[in-house]
Design a protein around this ligand. Structure first.
Ligand code: PMP
Ligand code: GLN
Length: 392
């Protein structure tokens, strides 16, 4: 049989998240790998979706999304950030933030264009840059602080750079870019006439550090596509309702690709998403308070197990370096961990082009307290050093 023509994706490994969830299921381990909460979002939102299913919201919705959701997204951007958007021309509903990122890359990147991303990068970015024919250039957020090195950003820009694919709050490091970092990025973007694609899915899940959308900085609105989704803010990660917002010309460009990916996004979830944004605008802030406590619980537990977590300012995740336990490969550590301790975590070395992530491991804390406590008790009780036998 002929070899399959996967040239566009050669060198891009399959997504690690599904693989590690499968490992957790196969071994019965506690899954602190893939980032999804183990408690569902607001019951009123679930009820609204069920109602929409029963009330005929089951055929193709309009290409840019139902008017109520486009208006709710525009209102959300204004309520939280003072960003004014025309719901009819500046908001596009997508199938999760994932599709918004995919469509943005396909629409805005020409073959050979360079796209700058921070590493560790979210895995779909690498795949989508590749599928667009773009070339990835990375800027390392160096452990343990994971802050932006502005000189490294400048050094990554070339005459071929077209897009800066930003993510703040940042998965997997938990870094929330501050005003100075954002201002430096904005300066670089103007100097080199870059388009910014800003993935802000964790916008509400911050723990004291304010999330600032880069589109609010001077000169940025006209060159930024801002992306978010319902999944993280409302603990509905399986819903895959997302959106891209920005100037009409960029949103139209993103739509030009989106229409060929999915044409439109799931109809019955859109009224429920609009309901969540309109009627429960404070729900995500309550979730962030809960998550902050869970972050502290997990980080204390990791510290007791001999790991030294970098305490994140946002997201679902904390990072550790398993070199402190003697490991020289985080991937090997994570594959062994369910057998040693009955816990699953995510190795992030695959989210780096450089070697800087070789021993870094990510842990999710979007779980019930009892689950976090049980997981960290297991870690503390296990022998986590390399070359030890699996638990009896
Ligand atoms: N971007 C980042 C940084 C993420 O962590 C995730 C994870 N869920 C996504 C995008 C995807 O979001 P969605 O489920 O809305 O597609
Ligand atoms: N965003 C989730 C994470 O980082 C995973 C989503 C996915 O599996 N693609 O864990």
């Amino acid at each position: 049989m002929r070899e399959l023509p996967v040239t566009r994706l050669s060198g891009i490994p399959p997504t690690i998240f599904g693989e590690m969830s499968a490992l957790a299921a196969a071994t019965g381990a506690i899954n602190l790998g893939q980032g999804f909460p183990d408690e569902d979002g607001p019951a009123a939102v679930l009820a609204r979706a069920a109602e929409a299913l029963g009330n005929g919201a089951n055929q193709y919705p309009p290409p840019f999304g139902i008017p109520a959701l486009r208006r709710a997204v525009a209102d959300h951007q204004f309520r939280h950030y003072g960003i004014e958007l025309d719901p009819d021309s500046q908001v596009l509903v997508t199938t999760g933030a994932t599709e918004a990122v995919a469509a943005a890359m396909l629409a805005l990147v020409e073959p050979g264009d360079e796209v700058v991303v921070f590493e560790p990068y979210y895995d779909s970015y690498a795949a989508m840059i590749r599928m667009s024919g773009g070339v990835r250039r990375t800027v390392t957020l160096a452990a343990p602080g994971f802050r932006l090195d502005v000189d490294a950003l400048r050094a990554a820009i070339t005459p071929r750079t077209r897009v800066l694919l930003l993510n703040t709050p940042h998965n997997p490091t938990g870094t929330v870019l501050d005003q100075d970092e954002l201002a430096a990025i904005a300066t670089v973007a103007v100097e080199h006439d870059l388009v910014i694609v800003s993935d802000e899915v964790y916008e509400h899940l911050t723990f004291g550090a304010a999330h600032v959308p880069i589109a609010t900085l001077p000169g940025m609105a006209e060159r930024t596509v801002t992306i978010s989704s319902l999944g993280k803010s409302y603990s509905l990660t399986g819903w895959k309702v997302g959106w891209a917002t920005g100037p009409e010309r960029l949103v139209r460009a993103v739509h030009s690709a989106k229409q060929w990916l999915t044409y439109v996004s799931g109809a019955p979830l859109q009224p429920a998403a609009a309901f969540a944004l309109d009627e429960l605008p404070d729900w995500p802030a309550g979730l962030a308070v809960e998550l902050r406590r869970k972050r502290d619980l997990l980080c204390a537990g990791l510290a007791s197990a001999g790991l030294r977590p970098s305490v994140p300012q946002g997201t679902y995740f904390a990072m550790t370096d398993v070199a402190v336990l003697g490991w020289d490969d985080g991937d090997a550590f994570c594959r062994e961990l369910p057998h040693r301790a009955g816990v699953v975590a995510i190795p992030v070395r695959g989210f780096y082009d450089s070697d800087a992530g070789r021993t870094l491991v990510r842990w999710a804390f979007c779980k019930r307290d009892a689950v976090l406590t049980e997981a960290t008790d297991r870690l503390a009780a296990a022998d986590l050093r390399p070359g030890r036998p699996a638990r009896p």
